[in-house]
Ligand binder design. Structure first.
Ligand code: SF4
Ligand code: SF4
Ligand code: SF4
Ligand code: SF4
Ligand code: FES
Length: 476
């Protein structure tokens, strides 16, 4: 069922009439109308937190300076976002935030020249400050300091002296530059549904991390990188591309690592793949990725053993050849064989377009139907049995709206984690989950029932369930 479009309302922001969908916050209404309100803790995909207080505004008829990120916009509201008083208040608030952040570079009058020459580098501790931060030049906090215009900080500066965390393979954490905006915590809890991160300790000792002293692995981290993507500072950064700097641009593509085909933004720097981030494609991955799509692309692409040119095998060795020579060799081999002697094997992880091209090639050029996929190896009971079960037109997006979910052989912690996100979303709305898996899985702990068939009989078990629920399905 199509969702009803929210009603459009109008209000005034900075004496300008703007329209906005009913139910959004003042901050979001401004954002949708390209009106900038400084903010560090709000994010369009996350619930309001009210932590940084930079988004305060003046609203006619309201006392004080309400936070635009947790005030719902209403029809006819009159809002000012950039008065002299607001600018002064924001400056003081930002100074307080910076009093617990390495801030020498942010307020240094030689900061611009320093980007190129680092001539006066010793003004700051040699491992602190923007010039030593992987986020330099691509940092929301830097941008806000520039926008608000801080030139000095009149508060004592406190450096936490936390040990940077480099022990996980995919992203590094340095909570000395964390501003406790809580975006990572909310992303992990509200969007991913994993609840790995929390505010640990209180007051000046508050720090982000898994609760109860566990490490990320013990706390069930999926290493999806969603927390890294919303961090406005350099506290959370990809390990592999940490020092690449701001990407030159990105291309949207399809993740090659599994059959889901998540949409990714491939960021490049100096003509080289730097990192992959999730594309917001709402039909497939909806801004999320799993560990492989998010973190494994650069290392796979740049791995020294990866073939970068066509290779022809001669005896035990492979020889690098030109594309023309490779094509000639393949055509020569294919010309000599009869259709009955040919079989093409394709990976189920190819895109629909590549799979279509492959079957077209086999049927039109080689005049046979001999094309198969290694997918059958992964489907206990055989492809024929499962293809009927898969014929329901359910998109990944719609899993989140299901009332009951049967998850067979799905451990979504590291693989297919974008599906796990939707399953947990459905559970939040009251759906029931049954898992079928001989092994334990990350979803089994949410399941009402966990069925453990003998390995290899999962397909038959599902067929039995389907038969019992909807009667015999002919020829299944
Ligand atoms: S490295 Fe030193 S001189 Fe350069 S911007 Fe930072 S504090 Fe200023
Ligand atoms: S997080 Fe941003 S503001 Fe802080 S040190 Fe890094 S680049 Fe500078
Ligand atoms: S990587 Fe993903 S699962 Fe792990 S803490 Fe970050 S958001 Fe949570
Ligand atoms: S780690 Fe980043 S996202 Fe998380 S609270 Fe700190 S600054 Fe915010
Ligand atoms: S954005 Fe509103 S308090 Fe941080």
């Amino acid at each position: 069922m199509a969702l009803k479009e929210p009603k459009k309302l109008t209000m005034e922001i900075n004496h300008q009439k703007v329209s906005f969908p009913e139910g959004v916050t003042v901050h979001r209404a401004a954002e949708l109308n390209n009106i900038y309100i400084p903010s560090l803790c709000s994010h369009k995909d996350l619930s309001p937190f009210g932590g940084c207080r930079l988004c305060m505004v003046e609203i006619e008829g309201m006392r004080g300076y309400p936070l635009s990120c947790n005030t719902i916009a209403t029809k006819g509201m009159k809002v000012l976002t950039d008065t002299v008083m607001l600018r002064e208040l924001r400056k003081e608030i930002l100074k307080l935030i910076l009093s617990e952040h390495p801030s020498s570079c942010l307020v240094c009058d030689e900061s611009d020249e320093c980007k190129d020459y680092q001539g006066t580098i010793r003004k700051t501790g040699v491992t602190t400050g923007c010039r030593f931060c992987p986020n330099d030049g691509q940092c929301e906090l830097q941008d806000i300091v520039d926008h608000i215009g801080i030139t000095e900080i009149d508060y004592p500066i406190y450096y936490h002296g936390y040990e940077a965390e480099h022990d996980d393979p995919f992203y590094d954490r340095d909570y000395n530059i964390c501003i406790l905006c809580g975006r990572c915590v909310r992303m992990c809890q509200e969007v991913r549904g994993t609840g790995v991160l929390a505010f640990t300790y209180r007051g000046s000792h508050a720090k982000i991390g898994p609760a109860f002293g566990r490490n990320h692995v013990e706390a069930g981290c999926e290493f999806c990188g969603a927390c890294v993507d919303v961090c406005p500072t350099g506290a959370l950064v990809d390990k592999v591309s940490k020092w690449d700097g701001k990407p030159d641009g990105f291309h949207v593509s399809t993740c090659p690592f599994c059959a889901i085909g998540c949409q990714v933004e491939l960021n490049y720097k100096n003509g080289r793949l730097s990192k992959a981030r999730a594309n917001l494609d709402p039909e497939v991955n909806d801004g999320q990725l799993c560990l492989r799509g998010r973190f494994c692309m650069p290392e796979t692409t740049h791995h020294f053993e990866r073939a970068r040119k066509p290779m022809l095998q001669k005896g035990d060795y492979f020889r690098e050849v030109s594309w023309d020579e490779a094509k000639e060799a393949v055509v020569g081999k294919l010309k000599g064989i009869k259709p009955s002697e040919f079989l093409m094997l394709v990976s189920p992880d190819l895109t629909n377009e590549s799979l279509f091209a492959a079957q077209k090639f086999v049927r039109s050029c080689l005049k046979c139907n001999s094309i198969d996929s290694s997918a059958r190896m992964e489907l206990p009971g055989g492809l024929g049995l499962w293809s009927k079960l898969f014929s329901l037109p359910i998109s990944i997006k719609n899993i989140a709206k299901a009332d009951a979910i049967l998850a067979a052989g799905l451990d979504s912690r590291f693989d297919f984690s974008v599906v796990g996100v939707k399953v947990r979303r459905a559970l939040d709305h009251g759906a029931k989950l049954v898992t079928i898996d001989p092994r334990d899985s990350n979803l089994a702990r949410y399941a009402e029932d966990w069925l453990q068939p003998v390995p290899g009989t999962e397909g038959l078990l599902i067929k039995t369930i389907v038969d019992a629920v909807v009667g015999k399905i002919a020829n299944l």
